[in-house]
Write a protein of this length. Structure first.
Length: 165
């Protein structure tokens, strides 16, 4: 059995949930922040849209060297742009995942920040932690932002005050 086959179904489920929440982001509130140190709603939503795009870098390369001074987060101007970017990145991620062998998943992947090793682990661990769990983390943030904007929240893993099931 291929390892990736056990992950693809979970990935598709999590992406469907993420998209459901991205659809609820009020375009008029893209610039809103819950706190001066927080990302804006648009930047957070854009981060969720771009995160699946890291799958190709993770599975097709042996690592990357990130320079935070040069990184420019995806900041959508419209909800249409946000959803299109998310859909494109998810489709590409699923295609790359589907063609990835067990051997490739077990190879090490190293992330450096300005040349200094930040993390090094098997690609499968990077996929689960840096891609999937990272998305779930920021999706949780998004639900708080949406609640603070009085957006009704759908079920994610169970009922909400707005969707009691």
């Amino acid at each position: 059995m291929r390892i990736i086959d056990g992950i693809l179904g979970e990935y598709e489920h999590e992406c469907a949930t993420t998209r459901k929440l991205l659809e609820l982001v009020p375009e008029a509130d893209f610039g809103w922040k819950p706190h001066e140190k927080s990302m804006s709603l648009g930047v957070l939503a854009g981060h969720l849209a771009e995160n699946p795009g890291w799958t190709e870098v993770t599975l097709k390369q042996d690592g990357m060297d990130m320079n935070p001074d040069e990184y420019r987060p995806f900041t959508p101007k419209t909800k249409k742009e946000l959803l299109e970017a998310f859909d494109q990145n998810v489709a590409k991620a699923k295609a790359v995942m589907a063609e990835t062998s067990n051997e490739e998943l077990l190879k090490p992947w190293t992330m450096k920040v300005r040349g200094k090793v930040h993390m090094s682990m098997p690609k499968i661990a990077v996929l689960r932690g840096f891609i999937m769990n990272h998305t779930v983390h920021h999706r949780g943030q998004l639900t708080v932002y949406l609640r603070m904007r009085n957006v009704k929240l759908p079920s994610v893993y169970g009922p909400t005050a707005d969707a009691p099931m």
